[in-house]
Design a protein around this ligand. Structure first.
Ligand SMILES: Nc1nc2c(ncn2[C@@H]2O[C@H](COP(=O)(O)OP(=O)(O)OP(=O)(O)O)[C@@H](O)[C@H]2O)c(=O)[nH]1
Length: 334
């Protein structure tokens, strides 16, 4: 994967301007032609599926950089992160969605709501399934949501590299779409290990884009601010290292980002826990665990920013934040 270019992060959104990037055909957006005068095609494509099937890995692979956090733990994705792929005349705005699941708290409800709102407002859908296993209840839940939507749908059988019976699994997933009449395609691949197959799928998606002006400037790869992006990298590392319920009980936030003259990026972030008792568990004996989370996150930030990074991390408590609408809003889950 490649480091980001300077234009990776979008400029500050301009109300009603091109960077407002609302999915509204009447928004001014960008001229509907390329610099050579050719008609442009662009559209929003939702990546949906149950937790942990590889949606964010697929998004990062489409863009060949790191837009969204990934981890072996289910429910790593919490927001509908957008990742943008642009050619001379085409633009795909991928919307990575949280894994659809049975919500247990206000955060879970917010995550499922992100999936539903993404589905209502896109031009095509990628349904990612895990070919290592036959469909389960959560896959059936997703299939019911998408089967009758009159938009092009691609079923993506993922983790082909580690699947024993991919053809049989594909058949079982296909059966969940029985009765569907709108355009449907399918592909089996490994989002993690087969960039060529991912590029083929991307080509197929480009072919179904409607005529539209671009929604984002050329060169932008994500709709996130750099602070949001960095806080997701920190959360990814926290989720990988923490145990039991704790990965789901943390949120992260970046409060300050300054650049020194020599190029060093000074980033100050917080790991938020929901009880006092969790604070020590995140910090670990002698601060060891927090140090490890910080080191792993800093390494990733340095790779993708291609710059030296100083990362300062603090652990703070916001009591019961997962059930508190105001705290959820404050943490960007709204
Ligand atoms: N072997 C293998 N592992 C994969 C592949 N794609 C993704 N993974 C792994 O599967 C795990 C989950 O991947 P994610 O991309 O975070 O999955 P997700 O669907 O976005 O997960 P949620 O955040 O729960 O919605 C990670 O450990 C990935 O490394 C693949 O093609 N092959």
């Amino acid at each position: 994967m490649q480091p980001m270019t300077d234009s990776f992060f979008p400029p500050d959104p301009v109300e009603d301007g091109p960077n407002a990037a609302s999915h509204d055909a009447t928004s001014p957006s960008f001229a509907g032609t390329s610099p050579e005068g050719e008609q442009t095609h662009s559209g929003f494509v939702a990546i949906v599926g149950k937790p942990n099937v590889g949606k964010s890995t697929l998004l990062n692979s489409f863009l060949n950089t790191k837009v969204a956090p990934t981890s072996p733990r289910p429910q790593t994705t919490r927001r509908g992160v957008r990742g943008i792929f642009t050619t001379d005349t085409q633009q795909i705005v991928f919307v990575d969605t949280p894994g659809l699941h049975k919500a247990k708290d206000a955060l879970g409800k917010y995550m499922n709501h992100e999936v539903h709102s993404a589905l209502s407002d896109v031009d095509a859908i990628l349904w990612v399934v895990d070919l290592r296993h036959p469909p389960g209840d959560e896959d059936r839940l997703v299939a019911r949501q998408i089967r009758d939507l009159p938009k092009p749908l691609f079923m993506v059988g993922n983790k082909l590299d580690v699947s024993k019976y991919p053809d049989e699994a594909m058949k079982l997933y296909r059966a969940l779409l029985e009765g569907r009449t709108a355009q449907t395609g399918e592909i089996a691949l490994s989002a993690q290990n087969q960039p060529e197959a991912v590029a083929i799928l991307r080509e197929q998606i480009l072919e179904v884009l409607p005529e539209n002006p671009f929604f984002y400037p050329r060169g932008a790869a994500s709709d996130q601010t750099r602070e949001m992006w960095a806080s997701e990298i920190i959360r990814e590392e926290a989720m990988k290292k923490l145990r039991d319920e704790l990965p789901y009980a943390v949120a992260t936030r970046v409060n300050r980002w300054t650049e020194r003259e020599d190029g060093l990026q000074r980033i100050e972030g917080e790991i938020i826990v929901e009880k006092n008792a969790h604070k020590g568990m995140v910090i670990g004996a002698g601060g060891k665990q927090l140090r490890e989370i910080g080191q792993a996150a800093r390494k990733q930030l340095e790779i993708f920013l291609n710059r030296k990074v100083f990362l300062g991390l603090e652990v703070i408590v916001i009591n019961g934040w997962r059930e508190d609408p105001e705290a959820l809003r404050e943490l960007g889950y709204e």
